[in-house]
Structure formats: structure tokens, C-alpha cells
Write a protein that binds this ligand. Sequence first.
Ligand code: TEU
Length: 556
Amino acid sequence: SEDRTWWKEAVVYQIYPKSFNDSDGDGVGDIQGIIDRVDHLDDLGIDVVWLSPVYASPHADNGYDISDYRSIDDRFGDMDDWERLRDELHARDIKVVMDLVVNHTSDEHEWFEKSRRREDGYEDYYYWRDPAEDGGPPNNWESFFGGETWSWDEQRQQYYLHLFDEKQPDLNWEHPQVREDIYEMMNWWLEKGVDGFRMDVINLISKTRGLPDGEAGDWQTGVEHFMNGPRIHEFLQEMYDEVLAGRDVMTVGEMPGVDIDEAKQYTGADGDGLGMIFTFEHMNLDHDGGRWDLHEDYEAWDLRDLKEFVGRWQRGLAEEGWNSNYLGNHDQPRIVSRFGDDGQYRVESAKLLGTFLLTLSGTPYVYQGDEIGMTNVDWEHLDEVVDVDTINHVELLMAEHDIDDYQELRGFVNARSRDNARTPVQWDDSDSAGFTDGEPWLKVNDNYTEINVAADRTADDSVFEHYRDLVDLRHERDVFVYGEFEMLLPDHEHIFAFTQSLDDERVLVVLNFSDEPRTVDLGESDGRLLVSNYDDPATDLPTLTLAPFEATVFEV
Ligand code: TEU
């Protein structure tokens, strides 16, 4: 982390294209819709856009099931649109990072179609197996979306492996030609001017040879055979040599089930050549086993666990590797509903979370809509939900717990569903929140008349403006990017306080993660206020009385 580079200093903004902005009234967001809103991004001051998949896809998983890596889906536009978007972003000094989904393709990809016909050269592009002796699936691995990881193919008369949906068959990375095809495709996109890749579940691409049964445990059965598998480092190093070496690009590997030592292998100086990874530890704070394990208190989490996690990773990658910081994305509930208060203190807590995200060392990722404090949704009926992960898990839970009325699970779904983050961005208070002139593909949150970009940006206490100020501050002061993190009050249940130091600069961040006033002694006697989310901030160091969800940053 001693080497300074643009992507370490960048603030990344994630766009989920289906839900961002619709320009043609078909109810689905599109690339022209993004172009129409590029100034919103520019005003926020972000440096990089990570675009969730826009490639040709049947959308069984909203584009994470790709049928052609080299074309743009009709829903979103065409390659000319994409090139115009690239140019509009580049003209504003904003880089564009594409989602790279290469653990699996769609079953409608021509490779899969050739493979199921056993066409010459394509027989082994995927994991095909005969049934087990009892006629059932070849092993006991469980899917991320619940249920089995094997589906029967009538045409080929064999099972194929899918760690996600049955329409997302896993590519066989053992086959050298598969890897060559992927590297060639990556090079093709880099030559078109993309500035990097976010690599979808990239630590799942190597599976234990022979695909043996997994041990049943707290998590999905089989993870020990497909997370950080035996050839993962070899494959990533090869990708580095074939594609990334010598190019000034940003890479971030999405990696469920990774610890700090592994993170160093993936991103460290003598590692595999990735820039950074997304870890999931903090996404598991509100559940023990799987996120869909039904238990009481499914919304409860403990700030001390978050502190333990953040402290460990901030320090763990301080010398080697690099942190990427996120609180939410398109797979998670809305951050203000999960970690803040989406009622009385929505504005304050949305700003507190922004303060937190943008003052940690590492590269921060802002998810669309969080810059105005968008919230979770009430999923009144299951037929309002589109997400395959939610629907599958609800069906499994109903069977497993003998539930026949969705209403018994509604609260749990409201807390967990990925669709919370996928509702259309609320631009203004007109019909469908200004997202579309048509019928939106997923319902708009009812609160759009109150919570929307137009209203927020004209309000005195704008969440957007708070984010923008923090982005500016981060650009001005390297201490927020490269600082050395030190936790204060590690055992406090409600206050998250830390300092960052770099050379002779030091900053103190104090966050009250509760809906009550809290008084703390920080042991710092002098400080100049840099940021606050209240009009009358607490500034009397060393003892501060913080209002509910008050967030304060000092130079000390
Ligand atoms: O997500 C992978 C992942 O591990 C999860 O966040 C997953 O969505 C969750 O565990 C389901 O319960 C990535 C993408 O971000 C996600 O949108 C895709 O659905 C998935 O890979 C498959 O491509």
C-alpha cells in the first residue's frame, strides 16, 4: 500500500443498470438513461463507475447470466450506446469498470449450446457428470440460491454443475481453451477502453478435482471444494500474465469466504496481481449460518462485531494488499435500513454511514441511491419479488418450516431480499419516481414522493451534499486514503471512534450508531471540526456528547 495509484485514491460508484434510469419507456433502465444522468455522478465527484453487467443475457439473474460477452443486451441499448457512455464518462475524468462474470455463463451462451451437443472442442467447457449410483446428482454441493447445484440436461443426458441458478452453468476452468477464450475477451474489452474489472465470485473458479462430496456444516455444503480452490492462485496468475500485466487497470475480486491471509495472497506485492477484493465478513453480522437461515431477531447485530471486523481488516492490509470498503451493493439490503435508522433518523444515519465509508483507509464503493439515503421496501406479496435468490429461498423455507402463508415470512424477506437494493432509483416525485415513463420492471418504493434526488439535492440537510463534501475532503487529504487506522473505545456498544494518521496529519472520526445521545471521553483535547451531520455539532473535546446518529470528523 506504499505505492500510490489512482484506484487507491478513487471513490467508486456502482450502477445497477436495470434500475438506474430508463430513457425509452420500456420500464427497464438503459445505457442512454445513464448518459442522461452522468452529471449527477460528476456533481457527486466520484472517480470510477462500476457498471453491473450490461451484456447480452436472458436475465435469469439480471445479467449475471451472460449469453454473449461481446455484445450489449437489447434492453440496455447497443455497442454504440456503450461507447458513448464510455466517452461521456471519460470526458469528465470518470473511469469505467466492467463486471466480469466468468465463473459461469448463461445456458444460452453458444459455448453451452455447443457443449450440450458435444460439439468438437466444446465437450468439456462445463462440468458434465453422469448420475450417482442411485441416479441422483453427482455430489451433495448446495447452490448459493438454495437447493441442488446439479441439473439434468435432456439433450446431453448428463448432469451439469451450477453453483448459482440452473441457468448459470459453471465454466470448467481446468480446460485451457476456456481460459484462453476468457483472456481474449478481457483483452478485447481493455482495447475498447475499459479501465478495469470487478470480478464476480472469482474465488470460486477452481474446484477440487473429482468434485467430491462436501461436509455438511453451518454454511452451504461443498464450500471447501469450490471456495479458494486448489488452482485458484495459478489461474489468477495466468490471467495476470495474459491480460493484466503492464496495464494500468483497476481490479477488484468479489470473494465470499476469504480471510486476511488469503486476501494478501490475492492482492499483495508477491500475490496473484489483483488490486483488491470484496470480503463478506461484515455482511454476515446479522446472521450466523446462511443469510436465509430463519431465526428470531434477524435484524439484530452488534456494533462491537463490526468494529472487530473493520479494525482487523484495516490493520491487516495496512502493509500488504489493499482494502475495498463497502456497506451495501445490489446483493444486500439498503444500508440505512440495515445499519442505520430508516425512520426518524434516516437523514442523520444515512450521513453517518457515508461518513464512515468515506473516512476508512482503502477504496470506498458507493451504491446507487445510497447518496440520497434510499431505504428497504415492504414486499407485501411474493409476486412483487423478482430476485431468483429470494424466491427460491422463500419456497425452500416454506417447505422446510411447514409455512403456507407468505405473510409469516414477509418481515424476514423485507430484511433480507436483494430486491431492496434493486428498486428503481428515485429521481423525483413524478410517477414512477421519474425512473420511467412506462411500467417499472420492479416496484418503486412508496416513499419516493418524499425521498428522491430532486428533493434531496434542494434540501438544506441534503444527504447528497454530505456525500459530496466527504468525497471532496477525501480527494484533498491523503490521510483518509493512506492513513494508519487506530481504533478507540473498542468495547463501546454504540460509538465507533477511530483515528487515521499519515505523516504529521491526524484525523479523528466519531460516530454514534444509536438513536440516543451518548457521552464519551476520547482522550483528545484539541481538534478542529472538519465534518458534521448536525447544525450544532458536539465539539467540546475531550468529552463529547453526541446526538442520535451524530457523526463528527476532527483534525487533531
Ligand atoms: O454474488 C455472489 C454472492 O456470493 C452473493 O452475494 C450472492 O448474491 C448471495 O450470497 C445470494 O444469497 C455475485 C453477484 O454479485 C450476484 O448478483 C450474482 O447473483 C451472483 O454473483 C452470481 O453471478
